[in-house]
Design a protein around this ligand. Structure first.
Ligand SMILES: O=c1ccn([C@H]2C[C@H](O)[C@@H](CO)O2)c(=O)[nH]1
Ligand SMILES: [Zn+2]
Length: 132
């Protein structure tokens, strides 16, 4: 499944809309037995850019997915791609401690992460409690 997810991320990356950065990213996740993939989509108003990870996650969430089993992210980087902070937080929303996070590149340098290492102390629902 790991290789299948990475292959799906590489395929999704080919649709990246990146006229400004020319930095193509692909992501694919496994949830509820299905693969959802996405690419980064830039905008002339740069801040409106959507990263590949969030494209894939929002596609999945909009179809009812609430837990990600595994997610792969790929870019043409020297080492494994490093997701931005916003995506790390968005992954956290639908991940748990068993979610496998594969960060890789086109050369096959793959690292396996978990949420605990990807974004320690990420904001979560319980942080909204007033009694802690
Ligand atoms: O993990 C990442 C990091 C960056 N980007 C995109 C955003 C923008 O289109 C381009 C350069 O930041 O890469 C992603 O899609 N995912
Ligand atoms: Zn991002």
């Amino acid at each position: 499944m790991k290789e299948q997810l990475i292959a799906a991320a590489i395929e999704a990356r080919t649709a990246a809309y990146v006229p400004y950065s020319h930095f193509e990213v692909g992501a694919a996740l496994l949830a509820d037995g299905k693969i959802y993939s996405g690419c980064n989509i830039e905008n002339a108003s740069f801040g409106l850019t959507n990263c590949a990870e969030r494209t894939a996650i929002f596609k999945a969430a909009s179809e009812g997915v609430r837990r990600i089993e595994a997610i792969a992210v790929v870019a043409d980087t020297e080492g494994p791609v490093s997701p931005c902070g916003a995506c790390r937080q968005v992954i956290a929303e639908f991940a748990d401690e068993n979610t496998r996070i594969y960060l890789t590149n086109l050369h096959g340098n793959t690292e396996e992460w978990t949420m605990a290492t990807l974004l320690p102390g990420y904001f979560q629902a319980k942080d909204m409690d007033k009694s802690n």
